[in-house]
Design a protein around this ligand. Sequence first.
Ligand SMILES: Cc1cc2nc3c(=O)[nH]c(=O)nc-3n(C[C@H](O)[C@H](O)[C@H](O)COP(=O)(O)OP(=O)(O)OC[C@H]3O[C@@H](n4cnc5c(N)ncnc54)[C@H](O)[C@@H]3O)c2cc1C
Length: 483
Amino acid sequence: MTTAVVIGAGLGGLALAIRLQSAGVATTIVEARDQPGGCAGFRRRDGYTFDTGPTAITDPDAFAALWALSGQEMAADVTLDPVSPCRFNWPDGTNIDLGGDDASVRAEIGKLDRADIAGYTRLLDHAARARREFGDNAFADLGAMARAAPLLTKYQAWRPVYSIVSRFVRNEKLRQALSFHALLAGGNPMTASAIHAPWLPPGALWSVRGGTNRLVAAMAALFGRLGGTIRLGDAAVRIETLGDRVTAVETASGWRADCAMLAANSDAVHSYRDLLTGSAAARRGAERLARRRYSPSLFVLHFGIRGTWPGIPHHMVLFGPRYREQLADIYDHGILSPDFPIALAHPSITDPSLAPEGCSTFQALVPVPHLGRFPEDWGRIAPIMERRVLDEIGRRLIPDVHGRIETRFSLAPADFAHDLHAHLGSVFGPEPLPMQSGWFRVHNRDDAIANLYFVGAATHPGAGLPGVMSSARATADLMLGRG
Ligand SMILES: Cc1cc2nc3c(=O)[nH]c(=O)nc-3n(C[C@H](O)[C@H](O)[C@H](O)COP(=O)(O)OP(=O)(O)OC[C@H]3O[C@@H](n4cnc5c(N)ncnc54)[C@H](O)[C@@H]3O)c2cc1C
C-alpha cells in the first residue's frame, strides 16, 4: 500500500490527508501542537470558548466535499449557521450591511449611492463566473499559466482587488467594504492580484455551531474513521532525502517513518530551511523563498464580557479614517499606526453556548506589519494594543467595555512565529502579488524533489479557507496522479 506523511494538521493538511486516505493511501499526519487546526485553533477560558483563528466560513461545499468522498454527510457531524450579513462601519457613523438577501443589499447600497446597485450586481456576477472558470487550477507548470492566459486576460486577473472593484462601483466606502476581505487572505487590496480567489466580494457567511474548532475536530474524526493516523504534539524535525526523493521523516520524539510521498502543510520557509537540511536543492529553495515579500501578520484580541449585545452582528468591520494610507503603513512602511481597521467577530450572538449565561465573546482582529518590517518586542506592545483596540470598541460600540471584561488574551506576530513556525510571524505566507501568484507561488509539487509536495496558504491560490481547501484539492490530484 502507498504511504504518505503530511507535516502539519492545519486545515490544508487535514483536507489533503482526508483526500489521500479516502483514495486508499495510508496517510499519517505529524503535528507539532497538541491540537489539530493550525491557525484554526481554540482556547477555553473561564467558561468561554474562543476560536483563535477563522470564524467565517464562505465556502461550506469545499468542506462537505471531503465527507462526500467516502459517501458520508458533513451535516451528521457539523452544524453550520448562516451569519450574514456583515456590517461595515466608519468613524463618521455610517453603517452598511452586505451579504444578506438581494433586496436588503440593494437597499443598503442605495443608502450610499443608488447608481452603484447595478454595478454591485455586475461585480457579483463577474466574480461568480471567474470562480467557476478558474476552478482549481494548481498552475503546476509555466505551461498551465500560459494555457490560462486567455482567462487571466478576460478577468484582468493581474489587476489589484480594489481596482477591479472600482470598475464596478464608484462610492469610496463601498469600494473599501468590497475589497477589505483580501486582507483576511494576506493581500493588500491595493496590490493583491485578483488571480487569488479572495477578490470575490463577501457573499453569504456561515459559522460552525460550537465554533470553528468543532469543524476541525470533525475533520480529524473523519480522517480517523477512514483509517488515518494523527500524531499530535510531535513536531517533524527532519525530512530525509536521497538524491531527488524524500525517503523518510523523523519527529522530535524519535519516531521515524519511511514514506513514498510527503506533503508539507508546515510553513514553506520552515520546511525548506529547517527540515530539509540534507538537500542542497532545498537550501536554494529556502533562500529563494526568504527573498519574497511576505504578507503582514495579525494582532488578535479575544475577550469575554458581562452583558449581551443583540445590536452587534456576528461579523463587523470597523474602518479607520484612512484606507489606502493605512494599508501602506502596514504593507510598506512597517508602521503600527493608531487608526487601524478592526475585523470584529461576535460569535456568541449566534451561538450563546460559547459564553457563560448573560455574557458575550468577541474576537477583534487587526492587520499589523510582520516581524521583518516591525521587529519590535510584542511582549511590550501587546498590552498597549489591547488597550487601544478596547478603547476603539468602547468609542464605537460598547461604551463601558473596559469595565465589563471577564477574561481576555491576545495573539501577536511573535506568537504566530513561535507557535506555528510562521516565517516572520506572517500567517498568510508570501504576499499575493502578481509575480507571487499562480505558478509564481510555492508549487504544490516541488521542482527538484519529485515526491515532495506542499499544501496550504503558501501555495496557489493562497491563504484563507477557500484558498487552502482549493490547494488541498490540487495537491491531492497531483499526489494521486490525476494532476
Ligand atoms: C486569527 C486568524 C483569523 C482568520 N480568519 C479567517 C476567516 O474568518 N476566514 C478565512 O477564510 N480565513 C481566515 N484566516 C486565514 C486562515 O485561517 C488560514 O489561511 C488557514 O487556516 C491556513 O491553513 P494552512 O493549512 O495553510 O496552515 P496552518 O493553519 O498554518 O497550519 C500549519 C500547521 O503546520 C504545523 N507545523 C508547523 N511546523 C511543523 C513541524 N515542524 N512539524 C509538525 N507540524 C508543524 C503547525 O503547528 C500548524 O498546525 C484567519 C487566520 C487567522 C490567523
